[in-house]
Design a protein. Structure first.
Length: 183
């Protein structure tokens, strides 16, 4: 990954396709302009892989919080921030949507946090089925992400060959802190 903060050259075809996909949406056209102009990004760009029915729930606005559970601190744990952009990709399929991070929460899971997540977030996660929780009971970490500005887009082919369900495609430019000395 480049350290200059500019968009990676390998992402330029994706950026171009995104530009076409959001061309009639003033918010997304403006927000994605640094990506499209190969400028330093004020947000991180993430690729999230979804299985059905959860992808459709997000695109329809029924699912307003995305979750990722893991046994180790894998992305997006502690790697997603307010304002970041998430590309919504169907498992073994194309990118079908885009959204913005409104607010992330990070948990080291223990009985109290499990109970709190289930009580407070099950509806927004579209996770009322006990099987959802059973499949995740071995997790030690959870990332919950309130999403906003969800937009369905024309399918964009994006080849991803590994099994990761979440990929940080490009990190935001971190603001450097100046060490000012009074002389």
């Amino acid at each position: 990954m480049e350290t200059t903060g500019a968009v990676q050259t390998s992402l330029l075809p994706l950026a171009s396709n995104l530009q076409l996909a959001v061309r009639d949406d003033p918010f997304w056209e403006d927000y994605l302009s640094p990506l499209i102009e190969s400028a330093p990004l004020p947000f991180s760009l993430h690729l999230a892989i979804f299985v059905e029915p959860y992808l459709q729930f997000v695109l329809e606005g029924k699912k307003t919080i995305e979750s990722r559970f893991s046994t180790r601190r894998f992305a997006p744990y502690d790697q997603v921030e307010k304002g970041d952009v998430i590309l919504l990709k169907r498992s073994s399929g194309p990118i079908l949507g885009i959204c913005q991070v409104a607010y992330p929460w990070f948990y080291q899971l223990e009985p109290d946090s499990w109970a709190s997540i289930q009580k407070d977030f099950a509806e927004a996660l579209c996770a009322q089925d006990p099987e959802f929780w059973k499949q995740r009971e071995s997790a030690s970490y959870a990332t919950l992400i309130r999403i906003q500005r969800v937009k369905s887009i024309a399918p964009i082919k994006y080849v991803k060959r590994d099994r990761r369900g979440w990929v940080v495609l490009q990190d935001r430019v971190k603001q450097l802190k100046l060490n000012l000395e009074v002389v």
